[in-house]
Design a protein around this ligand. Structure first.
Ligand SMILES: [Zn+2]
Length: 119
């Protein structure tokens, strides 16, 4: 028997790393239930992580995927671009996914991750 959980509480996925690769590449993410995962929204996790909430197209079950906070390397890449006077792209989503100002941070709207402080 599956453990009891709060109604509507999202499930965790086993292959997060692989799914994240697909997510950053903008590719379809397969759900363990045979459908694919559709992004419902992003919320803040702990310590700067972001959490994507996904719904399975086949089962309508909800899953959450932890999107890890920016690494030192990613922050440096973005800071270097800012220092060059460029509009930085998301280091994970790549070219064309601009970071946008959200409060005091520069954030990717697809990751929900802050990569730099807004100047
Ligand atoms: Zn991104």
């Amino acid at each position: 028997m599956a453990k009891k959980r709060a109604p509507g509480a999202p499930l965790r996925l086993d292959n997060e790393k692989q799914l994240l690769k697909h997510y950053y590449a903008g590719q379809r993410m397969e759900s363990p239930m045979g459908g694919y995962l559709m992004l419902l929204g992003l919320r803040h996790g702990e310590d700067g992580d972001s959490i994507g909430i996904f719904e399975c197209s086949a089962s309508s079950l909800r899953y959450e995927l932890v999107i890890p906070k920016a690494t030192r390397t990613e922050r440096k890449k973005v800071k270097d671009a800012l220092d060059e006077g460029e509009d930085p792209d998301c280091p994970r989503h790549g070219h064309g996914t601009r970071l946008v100002r959200a409060g005091r941070d520069l954030v990717c709207m697809s990751c929900g991750v802050a990569y730099a402080k807004a100047s």
